[in-house]
Design a protein around this ligand. Structure first.
Ligand SMILES: NC(=O)c1ccc[n+]([C@@H]2O[C@H](COP(=O)([O-])OP(=O)(O)OC[C@H]3O[C@@H](n4cnc5c(N)ncnc54)[C@H](O)[C@@H]3O)[C@@H](O)[C@H]2O)c1
Length: 249
């Protein structure tokens, strides 16, 4: 049974990961949308705002003190464009909002940076096999096809792409630095997961995907399952696309 820290565990994918991971592991799930408490034998929940360094250091320090060294960190939290639009007073698409830029970079790039920083500080141990998985998106290295968002009341933001592209560089930097010390860092880059999107969007989106389908939670989770498996310890610094072939065109 591994000890896992999952940050961003109350959203669409995070909920699924928390459920699956807690079947065989002790999972500590932190999210801005959770309250501290226990839900199930193997699952512990925490309120955490990944943008706040003093809270993150305290979170990692107290886990170490109470439970000892952890084996796995998954950085899954994100400020998505959907969230930005929900929060915005005006429904107009503001492509260049500096406020959204700051919030996205602070959550999606600085947040995982801080989590990695304090995971290394409090939990890194050269004697045990440890894994860190950062969660990117296909839009980190490939631009959205803007046209498919023209007819929608949502879009994929410049800050979202930029933050996730930054994660690729950060993950590779950490991967090569710590490979010899038995901690592997990798990234997964999912394509869009079906979440009751409208017909027009599904049709436009799947048109760009060789498999002609949106992803499911289960399909994205398969990459996490692989990366935490025992024999995946020679997989270092990779960006694994789970995208129905989108990046293979
Ligand atoms: N769902 C998709 O189609 C898709 C596609 C590609 C990549 N991804 C990536 O997968 C991950 C999960 O996506 P999702 O669709 O489940 O998104 P989601 O919006 O449902 O979940 C994101 C989670 O992050 C949490 N969060 C946001 N700000 C936070 C903060 N400051 N501190 C702590 N937690 C915070 C939210 O509360 C939420 O639980 C994200 O990193 C996302 O970028 C998702």
């Amino acid at each position: 049974m591994k000890k896992i820290i999952l940050i961003g565990g109350s959203g669409i994918l995070g909920k699924y990961y928390a459920k699956k991971l807690s079947e065989n592991n002790q999972v500590h799930v932190a999210d801005i949308g959770l309250k501290k408490g226990r839900s199930g034998n193997n699952r512990y929940n925490y309120f955490l705002d990944i943008r706040k360094e003093e809270k993150i250091t305290e979170f990692f320090r107290s886990l170490k003190k109470k439970y000892g060294t952890f084996d796995i960190l998954i950085n899954n939290a994100a400020f998505t464009t959907e969230m930005a639009l929900k929060k915005a007073k005006s429904k107009k698409k503001d492509y260049f909002s500096t406020k959204i830029w700051d919030q996205t970079i602070n959550t999606n790039l600085k947040g995982p940076f801080l989590a990695c920083k304090y995971f290394i500080k409090y939990h890194h141990n050269k004697k045990i096999d440890q894994r860190v998985i950062n969660v990117g998106t296909i839009y980190g290295l490939y631009s959205p096809h803007h046209k498919i968002y023209d007819s929608q009341n949502f879009f994929s933001s410049i800050s979202y792409s930029s933050s996730k592209a930054g994660l690729v560089g950060m993950t590779r930097w950490l991967a090569t630095k710590y490979a010899k010390e038995k901690t592997s860092f990798n990234l997964i880059s999912p394509a869009g997961v079906f979440n009751n999107h409208n017909k027009k969007f599904i049709s436009d989106y799947t048109n760009m995907i060789p498999k002609k389908k949106m992803a499911s939670e289960k399909q994205i989770y398969s990459a996490i399952e692989f990366l935490i498996s025992k024999n995946a310890d020679y997989v270092i610094g990779q960006n694994i696309f789970v995208d129905g072939g989108f990046s293979a065109w």
